[in-house]
Design a protein around this ligand. Structure first.
Ligand code: NAD
Length: 286
């Protein structure tokens, strides 16, 4: 009760970030979100026009309120990192203070502190290419947007996360099992994110009493997943092969995040929690 959450990676009502925001809001948390700069205008205007009102509805019938939306590009730590062509890009020039360090400073100025930090973002420009065809640039871009972005967010927010707080990211089974089609170094990026979850749990736990966990989520038809191109195949595969033969809802991942952020999970840190209808436990398709 009375907790404040910052969720990075919400730009519509289809993804895991949105569902996590809803579950946290339903549990009484105040919601702040970080939205990718190029997606900001459409997200804000859709919200304003009521396009998300139906999916904003919480179990008690009220509408989830997003206290503030911060423009964010988690690929840049501070202004010195931003190349000239991005600075002058029309979509970026219209907003300000969207590097990770500046967003953390703005949240501190506006609200003082937070209790829950969620990283629900990923990007791999070459995700549709097999690893053997991935360029160095594409690979490093995937790691920058999908893995280092989390280290950077946690580093910059850590001083304003209240002790006892919690941080959560989203990962995918392709880090540890072969999932053809999840290319461009995205499988590598998720492996890094999972390993970093353990190291960051140690460092943030010892230094600030903050817990750090990651949720390995099953397939969801989000905007990002549709861009990869094989999401329907993955959903069908899970339906056919997972121990629980039902479609995974984003809410199930949201509820797990709310649990992990709550005192009910006070001894859980450095953990990878599967929320995938059990698909990870299968050795063969059936
Ligand atoms: P999504 O499209 O809702 O979320 C991804 C978000 O990342 C988008 O809002 C996008 O604007 C944002 N983003 C991309 N680059 C960014 C940057 N540089 N700075 C800030 N924001 C940026 O899709 P999703 O599938 O819900 O993804 C959320 C997380 O869940 C990701 O980490 C993804 O890998 C993970 N995940 C998804 C699935 C799935 O099947 N959808 C499965 C397992 C894990």
């Amino acid at each position: 009760k009375g907790k404040r959450a910052f969720i990075a990676g919400v730009a519509d009502d289809n993804g895991y970030g949105w569902a996590i925001a809803k579950s946290l809001a339903a549990a009484g948390a105040e919601i702040l979100v970080g939205t990718w700069v190029p997606a900001l205008n459409i997200f804000e205007s859709s919200l304003r026009r009521g396009k998300f009102d139906e999916s904003r509805t919480l179990p008690d019938g009220s509408l989830m309120e997003i206290k503030k939306i911060y423009p964010l590009d988690a690929v840049y730590d501070n202004l010195e990192d931003v190349p000239e062509d991005v600075k002058t890009n029309k979509r970026y020039a219209g907003s300000s203070n969207w590097t990770v360090q500046e967003v953390a400073e703005s949240v501190k100025k506006d609200f003082g502190s937070i209790d829950i930090l969620v990283h629900s973002l990923a990007n791999g420009p070459e995700v549709t290419k097999p690893l053997l065809e991935t360029s160095r640039k594409g690979y490093l871009a995937a790691l920058s947007a999908s893995s280092y972005s989390y280290i950077s967010l946690l580093k910059h927010f850590l001083p304003i996360i209240n002790p006892g707080g919690s941080s959560i990211s989203l990962t995918y089974l392709a880090s540890e099992r072969i999932i053809p089609g999840y290319g461009g170094g995205m499988s590598s990026a998720k492996a890094a994110l999972e390993s970093d979850t353990r190291v960051l749990a140690f460092e943030a736990g010892r230094k600030h009493r903050i817990r750090v966990n990651t949720i390995s989520a099953g397939p969801l038809r989000s905007r990002a997943a549709k861009a990869i191109g094989f999401i329907d195949t993955m959903i069908d595969y899970s339906l056919a092969n997972a121990p629980l033969q039902k479609e995974l809802s984003a809410e199930e991942v949201g509820n797990t995040a709310a649990f992990l952020a709550s005192p009910l999970a006070s001894a859980i840190t450095g953990a990878l929690i599967y929320v995938d209808n059990g698909l990870n436990a299968m050795g063969v398709g059936v």
